[in-house]
Design a protein around this ligand. Structure first.
Ligand SMILES: CC(C)(COP(=O)(O)OP(=O)(O)OC[C@H]1O[C@@H](n2cnc3c(N)ncnc32)[C@H](O)[C@@H]1OP(=O)(O)O)[C@@H](O)C(=O)NCCC(=O)NCCS
Length: 169
């Protein structure tokens, strides 16, 4: 159980939100050993994100003495609701903050009458998959497949079997 408070994002949270966005990009860089991913100013995508017309809400986690340490966003379109992104500062992970952010967004989605919420973690992001599974995301509803044109996906990564087929992750 976390002692962080989940509350709506405010303009004063901009710096912390931007930093969390950088951590999101860093996660991808680490997972794919791709230091150039996200460009020279990875936080700039946060400003673009905030202008999205389909952005229905953003909430942050504020921990006593540590400030804003997590962020979650809800995207709503005709297709339904989507969690994008959910991120907790590396220094505050493993304390239930991700779970609390996901609970907040699920409550808002229920109150809006949405039938489902989806989220698209990278298939090798085991940390995120574990957190999401434990938060109830246990339906495998769609899969994104990649034709690896530059041989960028390391064959040493653990693969995944689905319907008798082997996939690299
Ligand atoms: C994914 C992420 C948001 C999880 O946040 P968190 O605050 O560390 O997660 P929590 O502490 O709330 O953990 C929730 C559950 O996930 C499990 N979990 C989290 N990290 C784990 C890990 N590294 N290994 C095993 N289980 C893990 C916890 O055990 C917990 O399960 P439980 O409630 O059944 O005990 C965080 O790791 C993160 O920000 N990662 C980088 C950004 C990212 O990948 N976002 C997801 C994009 S879809």
């Amino acid at each position: 159980m976390t002692d962080a408070v989940i509350r709506p994002y405010r303009p004063a949270d901009h710096g912390a939100g931007r930093q969390l966005w950088v951590e999101l990009i860093e996660q991808h860089r680490t997972l794919y050993d791709d230091p150039g991913y996200g460009g020279a100013d990875p936080g700039s995508a946060f400003e673009e994100y905030l202008t999205r017309l389909d952005l229905a809400g953003v909430w942050v986690a504020e921990a006593p003495g540590a400030g804003v340490v997590g962020l979650v966003g809800l995207i709503v379109s005709e297709a339904g609701g989507r969690v994008e992104p959910v991120v907790v500062a590396a220094r505050a992970r493993g304390r239930g903050i991700g779970r609390a952010l996901l609970a907040q967004v699920a409550e808002v989605a229920r109150n809006r009458g949405l039938a489902r919420l989806t989220v698209t973690p990278e298939s090798r992001n085991v940390e995120a998959l574990r957190c999401l599974h434990s938060a109830g995301y246990d339906v495998l509803s769609a899969i994104e497949l990649t034709l690896d044109l530059r041989n960028a996906f390391d064959a040493r990564q653990e693969g995944i079997d689905l319907h008798g087929l082997r996939y690299r992750s």
